[in-house]
Design a binder for this molecule. Structure first.
Ligand code: ADP
Length: 234
């Protein structure tokens, strides 16, 4: 174990400062903002509405579509605008991680669109985006069995750390990358709805990472709920 003190002084089971707020895009049916430190995401939900094009409609149930992207100014080197493989992949896994809680049977022939934009990126953007999207769907009044919560967990220099920053994702030892980034999301019953592993780790360390992520997501869910309740009481 070589990474014994985190770059920003956090405990290994501590996230960066979380900010969560709903109702940030008044024109949307539901919206939310979620930040892990300098990673800042906004999500806006439109729908349920009639699905165009017609041939993609599902007469049995509604369709949930997520569109993830990073603003050009979200990273120090300008990010090229427009669709890319990375954003298509993240859009897909985001939809799949949220799908189990959204009661799409209520909305045949309809679509629910979720737009996720990263305002500023310092790693774990897909996790911040999922947290924002889950809150925005609830804010839009879409029937859900609960909230989905997401966090990244890493094996950094042999230590399990939650909510990785870019500096940690890029951790090196003897000039070689020694960081495993695992993005995960959990359903209200504790089941996993997203698990993506970037790098190498052992089955034991992966198990430990999942447990750390599950524990952290319980706390994140409470923060998401608190933000939703704060709006209700206004
Ligand atoms: P995630 O943001 O979910 O961790 P990745 O592992 O693909 O997803 O990205 C890690 C981080 O790398 C991002 O959060 C961001 O800080 C940085 N990054 C991603 N794409 C770009 C890009 N096009 N230009 C500069 N930095 C980027």
């Amino acid at each position: 174990m070589t990474y014994t003190k985190r770059f920003d002084g956090r405990e290994f089971d501590e996230t960066r400062k979380i900010e969560a707020k709903v109702g940030v895009v008044p024109n949307a049916d539901g919206s939310a903002y979620f930040a892990f430190g300098e990673t800042k995401a906004i999500a806006a939900v439109y729908g349920p509405r009639i699905f165009h094009p017609q041939h993609l409609k599902n007469p049995q149930k509604g369709v949930l579509r997520c569109f993830y992207d990073m603003m050009s100014f979200s990273v120090t080197e300008r990010k090229r605008p427009g669709p890319a493989r990375r954003s298509s992949e993240i859009s897909l896994v985001t939809s799949q991680s949220l799908m189990p809680v959204v009661q799409l049977d209520n909305f045949p022939n309809s679509v629910i669109d979720v737009y996720i934009l990263i305002l500023q990126a310092d790693a774990s953007t897909r996790c911040a985006g999922i947290n924002a999207a889950s809150m925005a769907l609830a804010h839009a009044g879409i029937p859900m069995t609960g909230l989905v919560s997401s966090v990244s967990v890493g094996n950094i220099g042999g230590s399990i750390a939650v909510d990785l920053s870019k500096e940690e994702e890029d951790y090196e030892e003897d000039g070689k990358k020694f960081a495993t980034d695992t993005a995960m999301a959990f359903l209200p019953n504790g089941n996993v709805s997203l698990l993506q592993l970037d790098g190498k780790t052992s089955p034991e360390m992966l198990k430990k990472a999942i447990e750390a992520g599950r524990k952290t997501c319980l706390k994140i869910t409470e923060i998401q709920k608190k933000a939703l309740k704060a709006l209700e009481s206004k």
